[in-house]
Design a protein around this ligand. Sequence first.
Ligand code: SAM
Ligand code: DTB
Ligand code: SF4
Length: 375
Amino acid sequence: MSLSPINDDTATLLGEIRHNWTRQEILELFNMPFMDLLFEAQSIHRTHFDPNKVQLSQLCSIKTGGCAEDCKYCPQSARYDTGLKASKMIEVNRVVEQAQQAKDAGATRYCMGAAWRDLKDRDMDQICAMIEGVKDLGMESCVTLGMLTEAQIGRFKQSGLDYYNHNVDTSEEYYKEIITTRSYQDRLDTISRVRDAGINVCSGGIIGMGEQETDRAGMLQTLANMEKHPDSVPINKLVQVKGTPLYDDGIDEIENFDFIRTIAVARIMMPKAYVRLSAGRESMDKLMQSYCFMAGANSMFYGEKLLTTPNPVKNKDMELLTELGMSPEGHVMSHQDMAKEAKLTDKIVPLKVGGHQEFDPAIAYNSRADQPIQQ
Ligand code: SAM
Ligand code: DTB
Ligand code: SF4
């Protein structure tokens, strides 16, 4: 924790876990000299996290397009002609296969998203099976399925769901300019239900929708003043998709400095949350992403695709992390992996005890093929 003068009159204790931020205080953070802001954010970051680790989450669109809502940023709304083909919910097996591939590539969390306003009970069995399949791989599970009821979230809890993503998107005032088909309060109610059910909350928003700095401050104020900070805070840079109103309105792309400042302020206000560098990395060069890590981002979406739009290829991300001396956080082991490891350990010990060093093909294990290597 560090004592830092935000202005000359009041010295504010930065790094405290607070839920009573005023808009004015947040704007003062936004207006700190850039280097001071980055230093504070990085110092707070280091008191809670390993600064050289990044958590990797991979997205999967389990039901794409044809959404009835009018979110002005979204390529999946049926109201806008973005050329996106709507599709039905995908098979459980396919989701689990893709999650396995994501895990093999280094992701620790699998996030499944659906393009609809709210979850229907008829889809529950299939989604619970997806969550259970992902959990069996030893990955963390996350779903983002719009609004949901207490009963639905209770069932997800039983299926082992770790995180529910539901973004506030922007400030309460600016929200009305972006979405008219459901209210800010609807979003807050869903988030409360998730938290009350004991599921980790993932909630953040989008920067670069034509909002003012005070809206970015307002969005972070909503998030940080919740009774518990979200466990994970995705900060998306708007991906402008042709056909959506926010593309057609010709909104200027957000300045890099403003985006980095938003990450830094999020880190200062929610010291223990995972701040995720989310959509929009495709338009960020290596240096820009490095500044975001410096400002306290410690998670990112990984894999070639977000939900419908491109994301940097895995090799490029791994190259960047290596160049920075950073690495993915947490190697996860599935129940199957643990069982295999236990079996192999059993075999190794008798061989050593008996003094034999002969090669036993049963313990040369090809983990991808899930079969012992045939000799
Ligand atoms: N339909 C559900 C909902 O809206 O709650 C879940 C999926 S929705 C695509 C999840 C989030 O993705 C949105 O709340 C928004 O923050 C983000 N998102 C959607 N389109 C985006 C875009 N073009 N650029 C950046 N973020 C976007
Ligand atoms: C979040 O905050 N960002 C992700 C995830 N949660 C669901 C979605 C980004 C979507 C970007 C546009 C697209 O690919 O369709
Ligand atoms: Fe539908 Fe979600 Fe896109 Fe809004 S953000 S249009 S609710 S898919």
